[in-house]
Design a protein. Structure first.
Length: 499
């Protein structure tokens, strides 16, 4: 049902307004893609090389690699707290301030990690990197809220979903890069025992190169935003009727979201789903390695298959939805596939290795899971408009960070010792670095099924009861229609006078 302009107490549209898009939007898009991907690369830097990072770190971390999970999980509570700040800044001051704040917290954090690689004491090195990761949580909360805002302000209606998808996909894209490049760099720069000098570790050069690469990547994105965007981060002319329209004040928008049942259902479902995916991203090596999975599958190929399949399907669905609409119908179909994918993935991830079956289950999950994220962000805006896009989509991200943190509290205690039926001699832990000694292995099957079951219950409520009013799209259509009618009226009046 369209929202008439008079119902919103808006003045009729100016027939002389020209909606225009600018080439610089693509540079801004690339800068946001670099920063969003870079922040997620920083978040999960050590996960794909967890056992080697533990060996490099030394001290107590060598015998208990799971301690390094703190370097990733510290971002959850930090992102939750600063997510409110990011959403407020986006919808009150525009895109420029939060993007600058995100970039100029992320780049120094990467610099702090570069400093840490030259420190020899294990605990000092760990806590310096921990501080950098906490600072990364601040940038994550700013940069991860940018997709809907940049798409809404800089792109026309027929490009919004694609722009939103391209930036949003940098969340998994950055993770994909991490899972590919981290193991490659670490292995390429690792030295043989015979080539080591006194006091030098096998992976010292590896992590030195890794930290410098991530620093340079994020510095480029930060410089692009600094050079090509100006305060307040909006184009000279609007890209669409709703792109520069004033939105509700921040706290009023928060209240509107939290009292909107449709939004609550959507937000709860996506928060739980993102919580499960986030835990998999952080903990996948510790899930797969105890069952005897090959080091490359546990640290790289599993996530690579998940993200590549998800990226391809997300791009496909973005184009299809932009052309045909029916976003909610597509979301319902995808949700069913996600549940089936989770069940298959968990089963094959917590049994002795069957690489073909595990690869299929992982690709299946990626195909159905990843397209739901950009669609959920778009539906968040459509459901709550005229709430600001960074507020509605940002609140979704904030609650997702909280959900990830709370799910960790369920996930970790439910881990069990490996079952007696598992033959550790036939299927040993292949991720352990030689010389690490005894490493504790655990079975996370019950943990994964528990958080997935909770997510399925929440998703069922959304599946049955959710309805999207498409507020923003209706207003765009009605505004353009009234503008055309006004132009036609002016032309007819001019013809009458000339006669």
């Amino acid at each position: 049902m369209a929202i008439a302009l008079k119902e919103r107490n808006l003045a009729p549209p100016d027939p002389n307004v020209v909606y225009k898009v600018y080439p610089v939007r693509w540079i801004i898009l690339v800068a946001c893609m670099l920063l969003v991907s870079g922040s997620h690369m920083a978040w999960l830097t050590f996960v794909p090389v967890q056992y080697k990072a533990a060996d490099w770190m030394g001290g107590q971390y060598t015998s208990d690699p799971s301690l390094l999970n703190k370097l990733a999980t510290v971002c959850f509570p930090v992102s939750f707290v600063f997510g409110f700040v990011g959403a407020y800044l986006f919808d009150t001051l525009g895109s420029y301030v939060p993007l600058m704040l995100g970039g100029w917290t992320l780049t120094p954090a990467m610099g702090l990690r570069v400093v840490a690689v030259y420190i020899e004491d294990p605990d000092t090195r760990f806590w310096l990197i921990f501080a950098a990761q906490a600072l990364t949580g601040v940038s994550l909360s700013m940069l991860s809220l940018s997709p809907t805002k940049i798409a809404a302000v800089w792109f026309a209606e027929n490009q919004r979903t694609l722009a939103n998808t391209l930036i949003t996909l940098m969340l998994p894209g950055g993770i994909l890069f991490t899972y590919v490049i981290s193991p490659l760099i670490v292995d390429s720069f690792a030295k043989d025992e015979a080539d080591l000098t006194d006091g030098e570790g096998k992976f010292d050069s590896s992590f030195e190169a890794l930290m410098w690469i991530y620093f340079i990547w994020n510095a480029i994105g930060t410089l692009l935003i600094t050079v090509f965007m100006r305060y307040p981060g909006t184009p000279p002319s609007p890209a669409s009727p709703t792109s520069l329209e004033k939105v509700l004040p921040f706290w009023q928008g928060i209240w509107r979201c939290l009292t909107n049942p449709m939004y609550i259902m959507l937000c709860a479902t996506m928060s739980c789903g993102l919580g499960v995916i986030s835990i998999l991203m952080v903990s996948l090596p510790t899930v797969l390695c105890p069952w005897g999975f090959d080091d490359k599958w546990a640290n790289s190929w599993g996530i690579v298959i998940l993200i590549v399949s998800g990226t391809i399907s997300s791009t496909f669905f973005a184009i299809v939805v932009d052309k045909f609409g029916n976003m909610v119908t597509f979301m319902r179909v995808l949700m069913v596939g996600v549940l089936i994918g989770f069940i298959m993935f968990i089963w094959f991830a917590t049994t002795e290795p069957n690489y073909v079956a595990f690869g299929f289950a992982t690709a299946f999950l990626g195909i159905f899971a990843y397209p739901t994220l950009p669609m959920a962000y778009e539906l968040s805006v459509e459901t709550t408009y005229p709430v600001g896009p960074a507020t509605s989509a940002g609140l979704n991200w904030i609650i997702s960070s909280l959900a990830s943190f709370l799910m960790e509290l369920i996930y970790i205690p439910l881990a069990k010792d490996m079952p007696e039926s598992h033959d550790s001699e036939l299927y040993p832990n292949k991720c352990v670095v030689d010389g690490d000694g005894e490493v504790a292995d655990q079975d996370y099957r019950i943990s994964l099924y528990a958080i997935t079951a909770f997510t399925a219950i929440v998703a069922l409520v959304w599946f049955v009861f959710y309805r999207c009013p498409y507020h923003r799209r209706s207003l765009d259509d009605s505004t353009r229609k009234e503008q055309l009618e006004l132009k036609a009226g002016v032309v007819n009046e001019g013809m009458s006078k000339s006669e």
